[in-house]
Design a protein around this ligand. Structure first.
Ligand code: UTP
Length: 295
């Protein structure tokens, strides 16, 4: 099956415990990278790749996320009255058309695989993307677009892959695959969070996937895997001898905004990439590095 990919699932039902206490009342995906919530970066990347339908898997306490995508007529009127056209444009670009976005609840945080499975009735019988908004990827050609282009050649299932230091394999799904000259690798096996000694390579799966509906069928049958969670990796791995699995070693820099260190690095990198902030921020960082005092 080599259909076009027009639907994307955004699993955002996790507890976000690494950012407590902030995530006690603010969904992690609404946390701000420079001046936009994390989720906006994922939406922009999805649109660039041709995604037309956005399916969010949410949970209790994620109301701010739904509000974010609503029109804000009063705010728009005020900006218009004050002639703040630039800001108005920025604001309107975040609105979603009615029917373009759907929300479904994951009632218990049973794992990423279970979260994706919650969208099965909205996906139907077509290939779909999965995007984890905590992975923010800076790239000339947006990562999902690179994958959609490669997928047009391969069909089957595709995961975004990157090399990680050997001692970090325990934090990722790891591919059994050989990194050759081509960015596309053929996957022989997948294992969730292996210890470095048991990892078949240092190619890690990160939060971008293009999957076939068969993976949803596999999730139907699947029990808990590593960490007692229903693992997406396990359901994809079942397709290695079925519809096939490829890894795409994408071009670009991935920031793990699900971790504090990654979020801080992304904030600095995206700040430095902004012409309006660059000089101030650089001056500040140089001073901090030289002196190291915060007060
Ligand atoms: P994480 O492993 O980062 O978990 O999930 P988390 O709950 O978001 O954060 P921590 O580890 O407690 O700090 C990866 C992605 O999968 C989603 C999360 O929302 C995140 O986008 N997820 C995870 C679900 O939607 N449901 C789950 O049951 C688990």
């Amino acid at each position: 099956m080599k259909n076009r990919v027009t639907k994307a699932i955004f699993p955002v039902a996790g507890l976000g415990t690494r950012f407590l206490p902030a995530t006690k009342s603010v969904p992690k995906e609404i946390m701000t990278l420079v001046d936009r919530p994390l989720v906006q970066y994922a939406i922009d990347e999805a649109r660039a790749a041709g995604i037309k339908e956005f399916i969010f898997i949410t949970s209790r306490g994620k109301g701010a996320l739904e509000d974010y995508f609503d029109a804000a007529p009063q705010l728009e009127q005020e900006l218009e009255a004050k002639g703040k056209d630039e800001l108005l444009k920025i604001l309107q670009a975040t609105n979603m058309e009615s029917g373009e976005i759907a929300y479904t609840r994951q009632h218990k945080a049973l794992g990423l695989g279970h979260a994706v499975w919650c969208a099965r009735k909205l996906i139907g019988d077509e290939p779909f993307a999965v995007m984890l908004p905590d992975d923010v990827i800076a790239a000339k050609t947006p990562c999902l677009q690179q994958m959609v282009e490669a997928y047009a050649e391969t069909g089957g299932n595709m995961v975004a892959a990157m090399e990680v230091p050997e001692e970090k394999t325990g934090a990722y799904g790891i591919l059994d695959a050989d990194r050759g000259d081509s960015p596309l690798v053929s996957v022989r096996g997948m294992i969730e969070k292996p210890k470095p000694a048991e990892a078949p390579s240092n190619l890690a799966v990160i939060g971008r996937y293009i999957l076939t509906p068969k993976v949803l069928d596999n999730l139907n049958e699947l029990g808990s895997g590593a960490g007692g969670e229903i693992q997406l990796t396990d359901a994809i791995a079942q397709e290695i001898d079925g519809e096939g699995v490829h890894g795409l070693c994408f071009e670009g820099q991935r920031y793990d905004c699900g971790s504090k260190a990654g979020f801080l690095q992304a904030t600095v990198a995206f700040g430095l990439s902004r012409p309006d902030l660059k000089d101030d921020l650089k001056g500040f960082l140089d001073g901090m590095v030289a002196d190291g005092k915060i007060g």
